[in-house]
Design a protein around this ligand. Structure first.
Ligand code: DX5
Ligand code: ZN
Length: 212
């Protein structure tokens, strides 16, 4: 069964508690997009927001780091109560040690790649991380159009994971909605991130259940 991760990036920041409440019982996890204005050309939010969400979230927090040198912040995200932490493969010179740090901090480790990075570059990490995050738009902004080439990449990644008998999950992020959720799950996605599809809708809970 596919898991649904609403992205807080598209929530109503003036009424964040309300946004969390709207999806709390329906979501499988909360997806938190952390951007530093350096690795990606946008700045999102930081620890005050993550800590506030932590007080209300009844589901695990899944933080997606779009920041350079993620190793500097692993411990801090763990202290905020994050249970899944992903970083971009090309944001650090030491991906293996970042995975180890995440595990030592008691979190699940994910490795993320943008659409222009070959999926094969994830292969050396598939037996060490808990999930991979396959971007289906270029990281940096919510509300972008889904890139169709993601399907082929997803199929290749899934066949490598199943062929090697691994348990690494695949999270797909960007432009995901009720229109492509079923096809993505069929192609091998285990976790679907959805920001604008959920929070720009009049019925966020309904969108989540239809995606599921
Ligand atoms: C983009 C983020 C996504 C974003 C998805 O850099 O990683 O998680 O919030 O937003 P939608 O679902 O609107 O494409
Ligand atoms: Zn994300």
């Amino acid at each position: 069964m596919v898991q649904i991760a609403p992205s807080i990036l598209s929530a109503d920041f003036l009424h964040l508690e309300n946004s969390v409440d709207l999806v709390n019982r329906h979501a499988d996890m909360f997806h938190l997009d952390i951007m530093d204005g350096v690795f990606v050309p946008n700045i999102s939010y930081g620890f005050p927001i993550v800590d506030a969400i932590a007080t209300k979230a009844e589901k695990p927090m899944d933080a997606h780091l779009m920041i350079i040198r993620p190793e500097n912040y692993v411990e801090r995200f763990s202290r905020s109560g994050v249970s899944m932490l992903s970083f971009h493969l090309n944001a650090t010179e030491t991906p293996d040690s970042v995975i180890d740090m995440i595990h030592r901090s008691g979190m699940k480790a994910g490795v993320a790649i943008n659409p222009d990075i070959p999926v094969e570059s994830l292969f050396p990490y598939l037996d060490r991380c808990d999930y991979v995050l396959l971007m289906s738009v270029f990281a940096g902004f919510g509300g972008q159009k889904f890139i169709e080439e993601t399907y082929g990449r997803l199929v290749s990644l899934k066949s490598e994971i199943t062929g090697r008998g691994l348990s690494c999950l695949i999270e797909v992020d960007g432009g995901v909605s009720g229109k492509n959720a079923a096809a993505l799950a069929a192609a091998g996605a285990d976790i679907l991130v959805a920001g604008s599809a959920v929070f720009k809708s009049d019925d966020p809970a309904g969108v989540i259940s239809s995606m599921r």
